[in-house]
Design a protein around this ligand. Sequence first.
Ligand code: NAP
Length: 321
Amino acid sequence: MRKRPPLSMSLYNISDVCQITFAFFAMKIILTGSHGFLGTAFSQFLAVKGITTIPLLRHENGQREEGIVWRPGVDPKCLDGADAVVHLAGARIDRRWTPAVRREIESSRVDFTRALCGALAAVPHPPARLLCASAIGYYGDRGEETLDEQSSQGAGFLADLTAAWEAAAEPARRAGIRIVHLRLGVVLGRERGALARLLPLFRLGLGGPVGGGRQYMSWIHRDDAIGAMLHLLELPNAAGPYNLTAPQPATNKEFARALGRALRRPAVLPVPGFALRAVFGEMASETLLASARALPQRLMDSGFAFRFPDLDAALRNLVGA
Ligand SMILES: NC(=O)c1ccc[n+]([C@@H]2O[C@H](COP(=O)([O-])OP(=O)(O)OC[C@H]3O[C@@H](n4cnc5c(N)ncnc54)[C@H](OP(=O)(O)O)[C@@H]3O)[C@@H](O)[C@H]2O)c1
């Protein structure tokens, strides 16, 4: 498989994400969602180390990129012989959830995961390990309650979606593949993701807490999210859900203040919840306005060392202060 094109890492030093061990160099890793925020960062990090991931492409990509093209009727044997699969695909959540958008969000996660896992279960040499994206949306809107991987499923579209998404991996689990569900919090990165969308407003001094700001936001620096994924690829016996969140969740108000401090800008202009609900409907209620105070209990128990456990340090790193 040809290496992906050289990748720019100039903005921040992705090679410092974490040390990787010799075992990775011999690994064949298939990656879905490879063009996304996390998929790009994950493959860039490994590329810097000289390790090539094999993208699972949803479309023919001409001569521009090699990978496995995944379309209905494809022979599942194209997945044979991988050591690990990292499955990050999923259609965007951050838009108004019309019935068509809900179907796309569900199908790109639940149906895709079920099809992929069914195929992986059927190949002669299945991978030992599958990391599947998931989300702390599993816990729903839980106020000040501290949540870890033992906490129960919450209510709402995202909680039901996430539970179905995790359950869709069952065929692979039955085939003996070790499955890790990456229950991701809000991943903070400079170029893409939630922070990147907030930055223009906050840079102008027009940012502030949303919906009163008391809701908890479980965030994680992008480098720690990638580091945790690598850690879980290597951790013997890792299986089941892992919260990928920093050890210190912040309320929305604390987050807005910290971002204002990092940018040296005021961040006091509140955005009322009703305005967000009017524009984004249920999406706003279940994401921006919902409270999830999730702790990365299993990551901490497994000895994962966060580079950015502290929100101020994470934001200073990301906004370049
Ligand atoms: N970033 C976060 O803060 C966060 C938080 C919680 C959970 N997650 C989950 O983690 C995963 C990766 O997140 P991300 O931030 O990297 O997401 P992203 O930037 O939106 O990328 C997701 C990838 O999913 C694939 N995709 C998009 N629409 C699809 C569809 N209709 N059918 C199948 N695949 C589709 C695309 O991959 P290709 O173009 O390569 O095919 C896309 O690049 C997602 O499942 C997301 O829900 C992320």
